[in-house]
Design a protein. Structure first.
Length: 148
């Protein structure tokens, strides 16, 4: 008797693609996190703030998000919440705004440093191209579309 195997095709939901802008916002969210930090709480917060339904596995796939999560988790470990005696609402808002700006600045500085290293590698590799030997000026000269 011939047995037939039937495969049921199960459609898996496609992993959510995270743009660079969304990745930046998620990193900022992580850096500003206060209290207990878990992947579940983070995914819920992302959904509430940005309307993006994303899984822990998707987030872990982005190295910078994973590193920011791990660093913040380590930073929050053992830290108790401190509440100042009397602070006005305006001061609280200003403090939060400063924290947001500092987090954004740190992320942007990291991105700029990565881009600088990338450009240095390109220029270093260009020096090894035989047609450009001794003439890197041709490589970095202004392009016609830049002269506006």
């Amino acid at each position: 008797m011939l047995s037939t195997l039937i495969y049921i095709e199960r459609k898996m939901p496609a992993q959510t693609k995270i743009t660079e802008d969304v990745q930046f916002k998620i990193e900022r969210l992580i850096r500003l996190w206060e209290g207990k930090l878990t992947w579940e709480l983070l995914t819920q917060k992302i959904y509430m703030d940005m309307g993006i339904k994303v899984s822990r596995q998707t987030l872990e796939g982005y190295n910078s998000i994973y590193i920011a999560y791990r660093n913040q988790k380590e930073l929050l470990r053992g830290v108790s919440q401190k509440t100042p005696k009397s602070v006005s609402l305006k001061e609280v808002n200003l403090i939060k705004r400063v924290e947001v700006l500092e987090a954004e600045l740190q992320i942007k500085e990291k991105i700029i440093n990565e881009q600088k290293r990338f450009l240095q590698r390109i220029l270093q590799n260009a020096t090894e191209i035989p047609a450009l030997k001794g003439n890197l000026d041709a490589l970095i000269s202004a392009r016609p579309e830049d002269k506006l």
